[in-house]
Design a protein around this ligand. Sequence first.
Ligand code: ADP
Ligand SMILES: Nc1ncnc2c1ncn2[C@H]1C[C@H](O)[C@@H](COP(=O)(O)O)O1
Length: 217
Amino acid sequence: MNPYNIPDNAIITVAGTVGVGKSTLTGALAKRLNFQTSLEQVDHNPYLEKFYHDFERWSFHLQIYFLAERFKEQKKMFEMGGGFVQDRSIYEDTGIFAKMHADQGTMSKTDYETYTSLYEAMVMTPYFPHPDVLIYIEGSLPSILARINERGREMEIQTDVSYWEHMHGRYSKWINEFTACPVLRLNIDDYDVNDSASMADILTKVGNTIRKPVDTI
Ligand SMILES: Nc1ncnc2c1ncn2[C@@H]1O[C@H](COP(=O)(O)OP(=O)(O)O)[C@@H](O)[C@H]1O
Ligand SMILES: Nc1ncnc2c1ncn2[C@H]1C[C@H](O)[C@@H](COP(=O)(O)O)O1
């Protein structure tokens, strides 16, 4: 056990919109806890760039790809007995991305139904283990857009700002209704990954959130 009373076998998932700082926080938390990371592999994704150029053509392929990748990671974390910080949850794939593209008509109704039935068969079962805590990172849209630009993935920079604005709004609603596991909300203006006291404060809150009795969450 660490000073924050976070169990050594815990699974901590970091959620939030694109560019908000998930990967950065994932790495920083894992380093301090001596946990492993489960990271999203953007560079080796065979559909992502094509998807940004043509949502309608590639939405379904990309969602199936992410679902498979996320499920393999989930399986690996549980088989290894936990001790992981995960960059993005499987819940965001369906609750944010797939739903958003289906609602906007850039994923067909049939494709969305096929995707949803596969997701439910894999995830919505009593046998699917949920993370111990989901850290939700939030921030203002201008700050997040600045981070997307600063990171410099051309496919994201070229995407219309309305896409990020719409996603930002969906995330705010989604997290208010999220119940699959305990949630710790963090605002990007309230922490600094390079500051030890700030990171210790987050880890204390993570430990407290994990130990909070279920009926108070
Ligand atoms: N706490 C922070 N303060 C300042 N910049 C940050 C912070 N966290 C992330 N960034 C920067 O914002 C950009 C997006 O961060 P990243 O962790 O890749 O986001 P995500 O994984 O949510 O898409 C990167 O350029 C990163 O260096
Ligand atoms: N399920 C998804 N559908 C569409 N696009 C997705 C999905 N999951 C991640 N993405 C995209 C968004 C970003 O361009 C990259 C990486 O996400 P990030 O939030 O920067 O870690 O993949």
